[in-house]
Design a protein around this ligand. Structure first.
Ligand code: HEC
Ligand code: HEC
Length: 591
């Protein structure tokens, strides 16, 4: 589609009014009419003023069909008045700041002289984008049919980011008559975005730029978009329903789960329970770099007060329900070191009445006919008749479901940040406010947003491994393989409502990616990172400021995401005060 002059002409005056810039309603036509210039390199840092490459990208064009050809569809060499092509790199539905811009697209961008292409690299979990990612993103865009959306799972447009990184969305402004890149804006506030676009059009038409806008700031600090993201920080209440667990909200199951959570008899050594590592006095974590159970693990224990809200569990997302997660530590050789047969035996001997009350239709196995220990992989497990294995598996799964019912009762207290987000402007000190302001400016809201301050997605931030062998942790790439192999997935036999499982691609971009943790409770929960290698919050912000561990450092793998900006020491020290407000003991009945 070539809009050409049809999109300009008499509409120019209208646009000028919209954007507040003066444009001659009858501009002179350039009769020499520039031809398509040669394509060239497009690193913005080196080549502001270079020509946008002539790419064809799969996706949905303005008319509803794809693919989208940058030059064939958008180059209008003979347009009478200036036109802009705005390439907006949005990441995907995981990204808090991009979502804000998507929701306000029609206020921000729709004028006849500006056409927009959204570039989606990933889906809601930050897996490389496919068709679902396109739909997930378009759900956030108001009037999606008026813009094009393209997929770029291989990050071919990575070169549009400055080398120091820049938060999403990244607006790249192109003169549609020459396809020359004029500049870019990273996560601009709406007033500045308007002003910049109007200035580009004015300059191309030979007019002076409009006067700079008066940017309104909430509490004298926060722009409209930033304040909207702050307002979304509300204290999380009850978790969303979990239809895969029939006893998820059964109080009797929660009481049974509570007894299991503290029962050291479920471990091989009779010394370790869930509560050993998820201690309510330590934000339901343990304060250690590496978890210490019957042995030492390779990762840091996460805070679990809000685990029931997350669509997937563990640093690498290898469990897709809370109940399936609970089965892992019971059999893990470093955590509780037990086996499902020993767990069934423990239930039959120490918790039979509670079990029968919660699961009246499930029979406990006859423990006299069972070996002491057995789990898949053991000869003793294979030697059991299939119906006996089924009965053991049933009890094992039920233990997970009761534990999950208990974990679903956990709550977190309100924080000073929650009160500030409700417009109690004196709830934060000036230092905390400036921390929050930098949190917004440096794009932390991309991933840490909403009530729990997480996007529930997986990212490469290049934090160090905690593995005892010192090797880099492969994160999501291995987690996905484990999920694919799991017998306890939400779409399989043991789930009370089978969900549809769409296996995400095992793409190299998942190498070294980890689940974004909720920041609630972070104030009292050192050390940090999946490997527990960052002792203080300043060490965390220092690492972000430097763009993660440098390329080639053997303690980590994966490529840092180009939307993570680097920043200086001043910000590194100024950010922690806002994180320090995110504390307070987690709450649960009788914790
Ligand atoms: C030895 C210490 C230890 C014990 C015991 C332990 N955990 Fe954990 N827990 C961890 C570690 C370490 C992780 C992260 C592991 C990973 O991601 O690979 C974790 C992760 C979790 C998560 C996922 C949280 C998230 O944000 O992804 C939940 C939920 C959880 N544990 C619940 C339990 C329950 C229930 C039990 C008892 C059956 C238990 N844990 C026993 C150390 C422990
Ligand atoms: C691209 C997504 C992304 C952005 C942007 C981001 N984070 Fe994170 N954050 C993560 C992920 C993923 C982790 C866990 C990484 C790991 O352990 O390997 C994390 C971990 C953290 C932790 C440690 C929490 C814990 O329990 O260990 C803190 C604190 C934190 N981020 C603060 C920030 C701040 C401050 C900013 C802005 C400067 C920021 N994050 C920007 C994704 C992001």
């Amino acid at each position: 589609m070539r809009p050409g002059a049809a999109r300009t002409g008499g509409l120019a005056a209208l646009v000028a009014a919209c954007l507040g810039c003066a444009v001659d309603p009858s501009p002179s036509v350039d009769t020499t009419c520039k031809k398509t210039p040669p394509t060239g390199p497009y690193r913005l840092d080196a080549n502001a003023g270079s020509v946008l490459p002539d790419l064809s990208l799969p996706g949905i064009g303005e008319g509803g069909s794809g693919p989208v050809h940058l030059h064939a569809d958008y180059h209008v060499p003979c347009a009478e008045a200036a036109q802009l092509l705005v390439i907006r790199l949005v990441g995907g539905a995981w990204c808090g700041t991009s979502r804000w811009h998507g929701q306000h697209t029609s206020d921000l961008l729709f004028t006849p002289r500006i056409r927009v292409i959204d570039v989606v690299t990933s889906d809601a979990e930050n897996n490389p984008a496919g068709t679902f990612a396109l739909e997930a993103w378009r759900a956030f865009v108001n009037r999606p049919n008026q813009i094009a959306t393209v997929l770029d799972p291989e990050l071919t447009l990575r070169g549009l980011f400055p080398p120091s990184g820049a938060p999403l969305p990244l607006y790249v402004i192109v003169d549609a008559r020459t396809m020359v890149v004029r500049g870019w804006m990273s996560n601009p506030d709406p007033d500045t975005l308007h002003h910049q676009l109007a200035s580009h059009l004015a300059a191309l038409d030979g007019f002076a730029p409009p006067p700079p806008p008066k940017v309104f700031r909430w509490d004298g600090l926060f722009t409209r978009d930033q304040w909207d993201l702050i307002r979304q920080i509300t204290p999380p209440g009850a978790p969303p329903p979990d239809p895969t667990n029939a006893v998820a909200d059964d109080p009797q199951a929660a009481a049974f789960g509570k007894a299991l959570f503290t029962d050291t008899g479920l471990s091989r050594t009779n010394t370790v329970a869930c509560v050993t590592c998820h201690d309510p006095k330590k934000q339901l974590s343990d304060g250690l770099p590496r978890a210490l159970g019957v042995g030492e693990g390779d990762r840091r224990t996460p805070r679990i007060a809000l685990a029931a809200h997350a669509p997937a569990q563990l640093w690498d997302g290898r469990a897709d329900t809370l109940w399936a997660q609970a089965l892992g530590p019971l059999e893990d050789e470093h955590e509780m070191g037990s086996s499902r047969v020993s767990v069934a035996r423990r239930i039959a001997t120490a918790h039979a009445a509670a079990y029968r009350a919660v699961f009246p239709s499930h029979a406990l196995p006859d423990v006299t006919r069972l070996p002491d220990h057995a789990k898949p992989g053991d000869a003793a497990w294979l030697a059991l008749p299939p119906e006996e294995r089924d009965r053991v598996n049933q009890v094992f799964v039920d233990v997970g479901k009761a534990l999950a019912a208990y974990e679903r009762t956990f709550r977190v207290p309100e924080t000073a940040l929650d009160r500030y987000a409700r417009s109690e402007f004196d709830a934060l000190t000036p230092r905390q406010k400036s921390g929050l302001s930098l949190f917004a400016e440096h794009g932390c809201f991309q991933c840490h947003h909403g009530p729990r301050l997480t996007d529930d997605a997986y990212h490469v931030t290049r934090m160090a491994t905690g593995r005892r062998d010192g090797k880099a942790d492969r994160g999501r790439l291995d987690g996905l393989a484990a999920l694919l192999a799991s017998e306890f997935r939400a779409d399989l036999r043991w789930s009370d409502r089978k969900s549809t499982f769409v296996a995400p691609s095992t793409h190299p971009r998942l190498l070294g990616a980890f689940k974004t943790p909720s920041l609630r409770g972070v104030a009292e929960a050192a050390p940090f990172g999946h490997g527990g290698t960052l002792a203080t919050l300043v060490e965390v912000t220092e690492l972000y400021g430097q763009g993660g561990l440098p390329a080639g450092d053997p303690r980590t793998v994966g490529e840092i995401e180009p939307w993570l900006p680097t920043f200086d020491v001043t910000s590194q020290w100024a950010l922690p005060p806002i994180l320090e407000t995110l504390g307070g003991a987690p709450l649960a009945p009788g914790l």
